[in-house]
Each structure stands twice: as C-alpha cells, then as structure tokens.
Design a protein around this ligand. Sequence first.
Ligand code: NAD
Ligand code: DAU
Length: 356
Amino acid sequence: MDINRRILVTGGCGFIGSNFVRLLLEDHPDWRVINLDKLTYAGNLKNLEGIEEDEHYGFVKADICDAKTMEELFVSEQIDSVVHFAAESHVDRSITGPAAFIQTNIVGTFTLLEAARKTWLDESWKGNEPRFLHVSTDEVYGSLGDTGMFTESTPFDPRSPYSASKASSDHLVSAYLHTYGLPVVITNCSNNYGPYQFPEKLIPLIFHNSMTGKPLPIYGDGKYVRDWLYVKDHCEAIVEVLTKGQNGQAYNIGGNNEKQNLEVVTGICDTLDRKLGLPKSGEARRNLITYVKDRPGHDRRYAIDASFIKEQLGWEPKVSFEAGIEKTVDWYLANQEWVASVIDGSYQKYYEKMYS
Ligand code: NAD
Ligand code: DAU
C-alpha cells in the first residue's frame, strides 16, 4: 500500500496520544505513524501494547528538547505532518515543580518548530504539503464566572504554570506562521477522559480510590466546573483539523458537557455501586468523599463554545457524558492490571528492560 502521509506524533505514549495513535492505525492504514516519546512518568508503552508489530508504526524514545535528534528524524522519516501532544500536563505538578513545564512545553515546542521550519521551508523539501498541529488546552483562556463560554477570540489569561506554559507555546506556534509562513494549526480542548488516563487526574483517581476504599479527595467546595469530552471524540476532531483545517487557525474543541466536580465523582461512585454492588463495608462509595484543601489558583469554571469547528469542519462530539462514563468505567474494570501496574510503578520496569 502506498504511504500517503508520514506523521510524527509526539507524546504518543501518554493518555490522549496513545488513543490517537490507535485511532490512526485503525482508520488510516495508508499513513506512516512515528510515535516519539521521552517516556516520562506519564508515558507508558503498555498503552500501545499490541500495535508494535504494525508495519506502519514506529517508536522513537527521545526528548522533544533534543534539537539534533528532532532535525535528523524529520529528514530520515521525511515527516510531513506533526501532531504535537508531548507535554507536562498535570496542573498540580506544575504548582509544585514548574521547571519541567517550562522546559518541555515551551522549549520543547520551540525545538520542534525549528526542526519543522528547517526541513519544510528549505527549498530542497520534496515531500507532501506539510502541516504542524499543536494540541493545546482551554486553560489558556483562564477562568469563567457562572456564565459565558470560551470562543477562539477569548483573550488568553492563563493562571497556573501549566496553562501559562501552554499559552506560551500557542503563541510560539502562531509566531512561526506569521514570521516564517510555517503551516500550523492549533486546537484548544477541554477536559478529556477515557481509557489509559494516568490516575493522577480526577476521573481515574476517583475510580481507583473508590475501588480500593480510599478517601475521594474533593478540592475546595467541589463546585468547580469542567467541560468533559470523551477522548475518542477529541482524537477524531484532531484528524479533522489536521486534514481539513485552515492554516493559522485555532479551533476550540469541547464536549458540551459541563459538570461540577461533585457530580462527576458521585456519578462514578454510583456507576460502580450499580455494576458491582456495594463494597464489603455496606456503604455507598460516594460516602468516601473527603473535602481537602483547595488547589492554589484553582480556575472556577471552563466551558468551550465549539460552534466554530462544527460550522467549519462539521465536527461535533458523539459521546454523551453518561455514555462516556459508562464506557470508561467498563474499560477500567476490564483493565485493572493496567491500573495496578501504573499505581505500583511496575509499568516503568517494563520499558526500563527494553531501553537499558
Ligand atoms: P499525558 O501527561 O498523559 O502524556 C504526555 C506524554 O508526553 C507522555 O507520554 C510523556 O512521556 C510525553 N512527554 C512528556 N515530556 C516529553 C518530552 N520532553 N519529550 C517527549 N515526550 C514527552 O498528557 P495528555 O493528558 O495525554 O495530554 C496530551 C496533550 O494534550 C498535552 O499537550 C496537553 O496539554 C493537551 N491537552 C490535554 C487535555 C486533557 O484533558 N488531558 C485537554 C486538552 C489538551
Ligand atoms: O481543561 C483541559 C485540562 O484538563 C488539560 O489541559 C489538562 O492537561 C488536564 O489535566 C485537565 O486539567 P484539570 O486541572 O481540569 O484536570 P484534573 O483532573 O487535575 O482536575 C479536574 C478537576 O477536579 C479540577 O477542578 C480539580 C479537581 N480535582 C482534581 C483532583 C486530581 C479534585 O477535586 N480532586 C483531585 O484529587
């Protein structure tokens, strides 16, 4: 089969990246997919178990901040498309240790942009029409009050080291279009959930703790609002933007699923009670909810207006929150070994053996 696209996916061993790599290999057998990942704590080769043998898939363990490796890879693989997921992604970690966020999210994005510029804008480039898609977040827009939604023209107002580093990388990506004419597109998405999410994030953390009888930590009053999107919907939107989006455009992607954190947590608990029955204690799992100290600078509400991507590219989310939570709970129940290996750290031993 002829190869029609040669795509570099950065951070393909993380949560969204691994769902995206799986989707590409299923839906686009005529694309070559190179997954480049540093395998930080959030990168897990087990997320891609079973696809290693696919002849159109390749894996490179590398840091996006390594300029020489990035430039060589663009040339050796004749990369014509980039979908850039690699990042430090957890807000709480950005509060306790911001340096890695500045390095990977800003310097790493800059390094990739330079590799793309040097390869694609050189007159010797003979590959396909190139495109650089930068995966970003709705957190760049800051926090909403009780009303209103983020649109593509909402001014940036990032408030955590994580969102400030993502906003900075979004600006760099736009600057490469305006200054050098690099063909870029940006996506700003709301909170994702689904298979392979690292259990530091709210939904998999609550699943794990409620299965093991541990307290379910709710920051502050639990009335913070997030707009939840099933991860496969996000991955499908990215393919639409990559293949049909307009250069220089940012696209908001959201789930039309605004929920308070307390609703999310009780929803998971009640789903587990229904599927598994009450735990040995005889108490509903939602009784494990424990109010804890709030996250510093906690953004109150995010809500995405995703009408532009619907009008322009015809994308809209397919999975309702209720259906998505059902699928997610079923996946975690069927993959408890995966959860256990992430919690006890043994997933890292799996690749240490491969890369020692
Ligand atoms: P994740 O933390 O699960 O995965 C990040 C991946 O990047 C890991 O595989 C990690 O090993 C890799 N990585 C980190 N630093 C690297 C480096 N220096 N070089 C190469 N690889 C490196 O993240 P996620 O939740 O899948 O998010 C992916 C992207 O989507 C991020 O850019 C994030 O900002 C964005 N995003 C996430 C969400 C969400 O709800 N999770 C929503 C909107 C946007
Ligand atoms: O909006 C998109 C962003 O969503 C992405 O850019 C980030 O990469 C992703 O991590 C996510 O950020 P959040 O901070 O919204 O996600 P998190 O799962 O950490 O928290 C969701 C909400 O739940 C938030 O209001 C904080 C709260 N929370 C979180 C944890 C981990 C709790 O109340 N208790 C917890 O233990």
